[in-house]
Design a protein around this ligand. Structure first.
Ligand SMILES: NC(=O)c1ccc[n+]([C@@H]2O[C@H](COP(=O)([O-])OP(=O)(O)OC[C@H]3O[C@@H](n4cnc5c(N)ncnc54)[C@H](OP(=O)(O)O)[C@@H]3O)[C@@H](O)[C@H]2O)c1
Length: 314
C-alpha cells in the first residue's frame, strides 16, 4: 500500500510502499479514504514526544482517518466488512499510522460509525480536533450565560470549541487575526479579539473589566498563561491543551486549572456523529491534499496558521 512515512525522528516525510497490515484478534482493517493532519503529527515525527511514542521505522505518520472496514480479526463482533467508520488509526510499535491506504484499530478503541451525513473526506477531520474541543468544554464545565475566551479559535480545535461552547449557552469571545472574524462569528462567537493587534488579555480586560468565567487556551506555552489567568473571576477556570498550567498554584488563588489531554473514546465519536447528523456541529475542511502531495504540503502546515482542517485523500 502507499503511505507517507518517516525513516527516523526528524527525517523528511516520504511516499513509500508499505506492506498492508494484517488485522490482529479484536482489530478492524480499514481501507482509509481520507486522513487528517493534526499538529501532533509533526510533534511525534520530530521526536518531541519520544518519551511517550516509540515507533518502529519506517513509521507511517498520522492518527485520524475515515474509510471502510475491509476485514476483521478474530473475536470482532461489533463491526463487519462494509461498515463506514472514522477514528484514530495509529500503532507506533508496528510503524502504522493513518496517512496510508490501510489502517488498523481495535474494535473497542477510538473508532465509531461515521456520521451519516458525512463523506470520509469530512469525517476524517473530526476525531482529534473536535474530540479535544469537546474535552475542553467538558473540563471547563461551561454553563448557560457564562463568558468564555477561546485563544487559538481559528484552528481545528478552536473552531469546534466555539460551536460546542455556544451550544452550552456560553458567550464566546474568539481570537482571530484580521480576515477571520466572519468565520468565527458564523461558528457562534459573540465577540472577536485580534491577537495580532496587541496582547489578548489587555483587549479582553478592556471589554470585560468585571472579569470572565473561563479561558480555553490552545496557544500559550508554560509560563505564558498568567495574563489570561488574571482575566478570571474568583472560581473561574482555565484549560490548556499544552500542559501549560499549574493547577495547585491556581487553586491557591481560587481558580481552577485543567491540563487537558485528549482521550478519544468510541462514545465521544458516537456523540460527535450525533451532533453532526443533527446539524448542530460543523467541521470546516480548509484543504484536501492527495496522498502523493502530502510531503510537500506538510511543510506549509507546520506554520500553524490553519483556518480549519487539512485532509489527505487516498
Ligand atoms: N493536549 C491534547 O490532547 C491536544 C489535542 C489536540 C491539539 N493539541 C494542541 O493544540 C494546539 C492547537 O491545535 P489545532 O489542531 O487547533 O491547531 P491548528 O489547526 O494548527 O490551529 C492553530 C490556530 O492557532 C492560531 N494561533 C496561533 N498563534 C496564536 C496566538 N498567539 N493567538 C491566537 N491564536 C493563535 C492560528 O491562527 P493564526 O493564523 O491567526 O495565527 C491557528 O488558527 C496544537 O499545539 C496541538 O498540538 C493538544
Amino acid at each position: 500500500m502507499r503511505a507517507i512515512a518517516i525513516s527516523d525522528f526528524g527525517a523528511d516525510p516520504e511516499l513509500i510502499q508499505a506492506p498492508e497490515p494484517e488485522p490482529r484478534p479484536g482489530e478492524l482493517l480499514v481501507r482509509l479514504r481520507a486522513a487528517a493532519y493534526n499538529p501532533v503529527d509533526h510533534k511525534i515525527a520530530s521526536g518531541a514526544m519520544k518519551d511517550r511514542v516509540s515507533p518502529r521505522f519506517p513509521f507511517i505518520m498520522g492518527q485520524d482517518g475515515a474509510g471502510v472496514v475491509t476485514a476483521v480479526g478474530r473475536e470482532v463482533s461489533g463491526f463487519r466488512p462494509g461498515d463506514e467508520v472514522y477514528g484514530r488509526f495509529t500503532d507506533p510499535p508496528r510503524g502504522l499510522g493513518s496517512y496510508a491506504e490501510y489502517g488498523v484499530v481495535a474494535q473497542d478503541g477510538p473508532v465509531a460509525r461515521m456520521p451519516k451525513g458525512m463523506i470520509p473526506e469530512q469525517a476524517a477531520a473530526v476525531p482529534t480536533a473536535t474530540g479535544t474541543a469537546r474535552d475542553l468544554v467538558e473540563a471547563a464545565r461551561l454553563d448557560e450565560g457564562q463568558t468564555v475566551l477561546i485563544v487559538g479559535a481559528t484552528g481545528g480545535v478552536g473552531q469546534s470549541a466555539i460551536q460546542l461552547a455556544a451550544l452550552r449557552g456560553a458567550r464566546v469571545i474568539a481570537t482571530s487575526s484580521p480576515g477571520a472574524e466572519d468565520l468565527v462569528r458564523a461558528l457562534g462567537a459573540a465577540e472577536t479579539v485580534d491577537h495580532t493587534a496587541g496582547p489578548v488579555a489587555d483587549q479582553v480586560r478592556a471589554a470585560h473589566p468585571e472579569g470572565i468565567d473561563a479561558v480555553l487556551d490552545l496557544v500559550s506555552p508554560a509560563g505564558a498563561t498568567r495574563p489570561l489567568e488574571e482575566l478570571l473571576r474568583p472560581g473561574g477556570v482555565i484549560c490548556s491543551v499544552l500542559h501549560a498550567l499549574d493547577p495547585d498554584a491556581l487553586a491557591a488563588r481560587e481558580l481552577r486549572g485543567v491540563n487537558v489531554i485528549n482521550r478519544l473514546t468510541p462514545q465521544v465519536l458516537s456523540d460527535l456523529a450525533d451532533l453532526i447528523d443533527a446539524g448542530r456541529l460543523r467541521v470546516r475542511v480548509q484543504a484536501q491534499v492527495p496522498l502523493e502531495r502530502t510531503p510537500a504540503a506538510l511543510a506549509g502546515l507546520a506554520t500553524g496558521h490553519a483556518r480549519g482542517k487539512t485532509v489527505i485523500t487516498m
